[in-house]
Write a protein that binds this ligand. Structure first.
Ligand code: HEM
Ligand SMILES: *[C@@H]1O[C@H](CO)[C@@H](O)[C@H](O)[C@H]1NC(C)=O
Length: 340
């Protein structure tokens, strides 16, 4: 009599194990991230991180933009593993020295301050990769943008990837090439257009768009897609004779530079995308803008639509190849691997 049920229990147990095994094989890495990862081990994580960012912001309104960008530059190189934060050593080149980051990526001191504050209350618990993910969300929120539940549980990588950082998206690349770089990480056209909307915050140096003002791809002419009044304004700030001192900064969103809103897309619609890569989404038909232009229009028309898509895309970006379980480590100091 007892045979039937026990036989069935065995079959069931085997089936459950097989299912769990399959689940573990498919996308286990991303599945191990969850918003409550530190609820027990570091309950003050969110409040502490937010407080340090607020303090930094009081003296430097741009810091929200800078922190948001760090998460992007981290995730696109070796996955979201904090590799961007490692300083150079005699045997390892730093990602910070790669062209897209050199004299451009900023906010590292604030990341240090967040880490130091967390090490006081929950030592050795919170990874630097997770600090970047959380700081990005808090920065967007503080600037007036959307809120989302940040997935957590990433661990920190043991090495930097200088060459990977050299290959980060570059504003002079073709739109189709830029889209390919996002698609490689499972980020589709909607994600791509939404994530570019991060340029609703922050600044760029003249060197990031100088070619558009005087000599677009060797034509000796300015970029024809640039609005004329905007071109004149930018030329004033960025004279033809390039100086080494690239101190002049321009707002990536000329309409509301420090507010996270959808006016960046309205700017693009008016020929006021600052970087070539911003404008190309709408104005480079020969590079595949037919797919992205309608999305620019959609986000320009609806801030709610943009906010929703941005939050979704940020969670997807934050899921790029995280280290979980016993992979990597939780760094004590974001600039160096433990025991170095
Ligand atoms: C096609 C992709 C992208 C390209 C080519 C690109 C390129 C750039 C460049 C050239 C700058 C100015 C750097 C300087 O002059 O110092 C910049 C700034 C910035 N980028 Fe991007 N970016 C891209 C996508 C993203 C994404 C996906 C995010 C975040 C989700 C982001 C966030 C930012 C922010 C917030 C700033 C301003 C930083 C500050 O003021 O410190 N960008 N980007
Ligand atoms: C214009 O650009 C081309 C290629 O991008 C470059 O070879 C040339 O030297 C530039 N000319 C000037 C005057 O800057």
């Amino acid at each position: 009599m007892a045979r039937g049920p026990s036989w069935m229990a065995t079959v069931l147990a085997v089936a459950v194990c097989a299912l769990l095994g399959l689940a573990a094989l498919g996308g286990a890495r991303a599945q191990q991230l969850n918003p409550g990862y530190y609820d027990g081990s570091c309950p003050n994580l969110y409040d502490t991180t937010r407080r340090v960012i607020q303090e930094a912001r009081a003296g430097d309104p741009r810091i929200l933009a800078s922190l948001l960008r760090l998460h992007f530059h981290d995730c696109f190189v070796n996955g979201c593993d904090g590799s961007l934060l490692l300083d150079e050593t005699p045997t390892m080149a730093s990602e910070k020295a790669a062209a897209p980051n050199d004299r451009s990526a900023r906010g590292f001191e604030v990341v240090d301050a967040i880490k130091a504050a967390l090490e006081m209350t929950c030592p050795g618990i919170v990874s630097c990769a997770d600090i970047l993910a959380l700081a990005a969300e808090i920065s967007v929120e503080l600037a007036g943008g959307p809120y989302w539940r940040v997935m957590l549980g990433r661990r920190d990588g043991l090495t930097a990837n200088f060459n990977g950082a050299q290959n980060l998206p570059n504003p002079t690349e073709r739109l189709d090439e830029l889209k390919r770089k996002f698609a490689e990480f499972g980020l589709d056209d909607t994600d791509f257009v939404a994530l570019q909307g991060a340029h609703t915050l922050g600044r760029a140096q003249c060197s990031s768009f100088q070619d558009r003002l005087y000599n677009l791809s060797g034509t000796m002419r300015p970029d024809p897609t640039l609005d004329q009044a905007y071109l004149a304004e930018l030329r004033q700030r960025c004279p033809a004779a390039v100086s080494d001192d690239d101190a002049a900064l321009s707002n990536l969103d000329p309409i509301t530079p420090d507010t996270f809103d959808n006016s960046y897309y309205a700017g693009v619609q008016r020929g006021r995308g600052l970087l070539r890569s911003d404008q190309a989404m709408l104005s480079a038909p020969e590079e595949g803008a037919a797919a992205t232009a309608p999305i620019v229009g959609r986000f320009a028309a609806s801030q709610a639509d943009f906010f929703h898509s941005f939050a979704t895309a940020m969670i997807k970006m934050g899921n790029i190849a995280p280290l979980t379980g016993s992979m990597g480590e939780v760094r004590r100091n974001c600039r160096v691997v433990n025991g170095y």
